[in-house]
Design a protein around this ligand. Structure first.
Ligand code: UD1
Length: 372
């Protein structure tokens, strides 16, 4: 009798392990994938900034949990409330600079982080020329500390905010990821190239890691709610915030830096990308490049617009006037830069869906909300 029961129990266990268990595991994975089981805890370093705040919104809307470290050096605390207004969800927030290694480590101890999006960096080109020590210390050391903590706490997925500036003055356009990297013309640009190098070396030393270098072209625009956008302190360095402040009457006149470039109207041509499209690219990168290796991907639209085309689009879409005058070329500027975004489409299933009109409309909408 005992032998017979043992026999039936063995048969039962055999069938359970070989037929039922795989089915149960498959079913669990299936349910998880439908109801948000791929949810990750993502640390966004610099998550209160212009690009970081839009990334937080997209991550929360994709059902991920978000932890933010930011020292508000180029952002405002209200942003965290706006993220909640848009998504109905909270981020877990820590206020300090990542240079504080002890505090950074505490965040890794307190949270079971699955992935990091690193966009905490100083980014003003002109200021970087004045303050190279501060720029290199901040941008490089924070990257080293983040990488060190990831290694120590076995966090194996990082997406890094890089820039098309690493291509230097392109020999050909559109730029693919295989184009050779160029001379950077300022400490900000050089720090981006060095941060890419640090993370590339870390990935080689830790092959279990996924390191993604996202090379942004020119992010502009704002969240369609009008709550999040780019509001630089003082005189803006970049074109779109300058246009916005001239249209709003905060600055008298836009200087167009050079009209004698080898471009259709003589002014510089860039690949402007809506910040919400850019943020969506991060969510896809964190999900789809979540496998060991080094991944490099451009985020741009593939379409170039000149300075004057952007100015005129802004005037047309918003029914406002943007006063401008032609000035000499700005040191370090290049004539034309735009992306070949094929890899982002093929590997991430990402394409920019917002055009120049939406970029202008949302920037102005943000400006009006901000002026209220
Ligand atoms: C700049 C940085 C780049 C950085 C990027 C971040 C330089 C040389 N490069 O790119 O490293 O990653 O910002 O977004 O600064 N322009 C004017 N008047 C202005 C401002 C800009 O005519 O007041 C022109 C520029 O000459 C250029 C275009 O507008 O042709 C875009 O300039 P900007 O918005 O500063 O971006 P980039 O120079 O492309």
């Amino acid at each position: 009798m005992l032998i017979l029961s043992m026999f039936f129990i063995s048969i039962f266990l055999y069938f359970f392990y070989y037929y039922c268990l795989p089915f149960i595991i498959w079913y669990n994975e299936y349910v998880k994938s439908i109801y948000g089981g791929n949810k990750m805890k993502v640390l966004v370093a610099g998550g209160a900034g212009y690009i970081g705040s839009h990334i937080c919104v997209e991550l929360l809307q994709a059902n991920h949990e978000v932890i933010v470290i930011d020292d508000f050096s180029n952002s405002k605390p209200e942003v965290l409330g706006y993220i909640k207004d848009i998504t109905g969800k909270d981020v877990k927030f820590y206020e300090f600079n990542i240079l504080d290694e002890k505090k950074t480590e505490q965040v890794f101890i307190e949270n079971e982080i699955d992935a990091v999006i690193h966009c905490a960096a100083f980014k003003a080109v002109g200021e970087s020329v004045e303050k190279p020590i501060e720029y290199y210390t901040n941008n490089l050391t924070t990257t080293l500390i983040v990488a060190k903590m990831m290694k120590k706490y076995h966090v194996n997925n990082i997406v890094f905010s890089s820039s098309a500036t690493v291509y230097g003055d392109p020999e050909v356009v559109p730029l693919t990821e295989d184009c050779k990297l160029g001379e950077t013309t300022n400490p900000y640009g050089a720090s981006k190239a060095m941060m890419e190098r640090i993370l590339t070396d870390v990935q080689h030393a830790c092959p279990e890691m996924s390191v993604t270098l996202l090379r942004y072209f020119n992010p502009i625009g704002a969240h369609e709610s009008g709550l999040l956008g780019e509001d630089p302190k003082g005189i803006p360095n970049n074109l779109m915030p300058y246009i916005m402040k001239v249209a709003a009457g905060e600055l008298p006149c836009l200087g167009v830096f050079g009209d004698d470039y080898d471009t259709p109207d003589g002014t510089g041509v860039r690949d402007y990308i809506h910040v919400v499209d850019l943020a969506k690219g991060h969510v896809l990168a964190i999900e789809k490049y979540n496998k060991p290796g080094l991944h490099v991907c451009n985020l741009g639209t593939g379409q170039g617009y000149s300075v004057l085309e952007l100015v005129h689009a802004f005037e047309r879409v918003n029914g406002v006037k943007v006063k401008y005058e032609i000035k000499p070329r700005r040191a370090g500027d290049i004539a034309t830069c735009y992306a070949d975004p094929t890899r982002a489409k093929e590997e991430l299933g990402w394409v920019a869906t917002r055009g120049i009109d939406e970029m202008c409309r949302d920037t102005w909408n943000f400006a009006k909300t901000r002026m209220k």
